[in-house]
Ligand binder design. Structure first.
Ligand code: SF4
Length: 187
């Protein structure tokens, strides 16, 4: 006998930005409107190196369907993407490559560390493994787990959406953002 079909009843409804609205019109701030659009059309770049990458593939599949959140368009060139999804163990030898990929992404860009390895090195407390990607690039969202379940990865994407919605379109000019970039030696 097949498994009963389970529908996702927790899907969030689109949140209309604050402002004035009435029948047939809406007035709001440009930042909020752009944030709404960006948050529902994220283009992820999957940087998957090991088992967490397989879990991410599950997240993309029909059961979990990341496309429901507007983030199904994977890109494999950094120029096209705005969310770097790092899933898997990153060796110290690979760290400069990851940083290079991050630097090649245009602003605005966000980073998600998927799983224990990307977040902290995980169980590999060894001479060759980077103890968290935040040693080489800034991270916006950490997804715990070894590996995280697809629900966890989706939650990470939802948290990125929250950030995107709340940020100014001039994020890059913000003093705190500049300070963060300088702390990583990024101009
Ligand atoms: S966190 Fe666990 S599942 Fe993910 S890459 Fe590391 S060892 Fe594999």
């Amino acid at each position: 006998m097949g498994r009963p079909v389970q529908y996702n009843t927790n899907e969030r409804q689109l949140t209309i930005p604050e402002g004035y609205s009435g029948e047939g019109f809406m007035a709001t701030k440009m930042d909020q409107l752009v944030g709404l659009g960006r948050s529902h059309s994220l283009w992820p770049l999957p940087f998957a190196t090991s088992c967490c990458g397989i879990e991410f593939m599950g997240t993309m599949g029909s059961n979990y369907d990341l496309g429901r959140f507007g983030a199904e368009r994977m890109g494999f060139t950094p120029r096209q993407c705005d969310v770097l999804l790092v899933a898997g163990t990153i060796s110290k030898k690979l760290a400069p490559v990851l940083r290079q990929v991050y630097l090649q992404m245009a602003e605005p860009r966000w980073v998600v560390a998927i799983g224990a390895c990307a977040s902290s090195g995980g169980i590999f407390d060894s001479y060759s493994v980077l103890q968290g990607i935040d040693q080489v690039i800034p991270v916006d969202v950490y997804v715990p787990g070894c590996p995280p379940r697809p629900e966890g990865i989706i939650e990470g994407i939802l948290r990125v959406q929250d950030l995107v919605r709340a940020e100014s379109t001039r994020r890059r000019n913000h003093p705190r953002y500049k300070e963060l970039m300088e702390s990583y030696g990024i101009e």
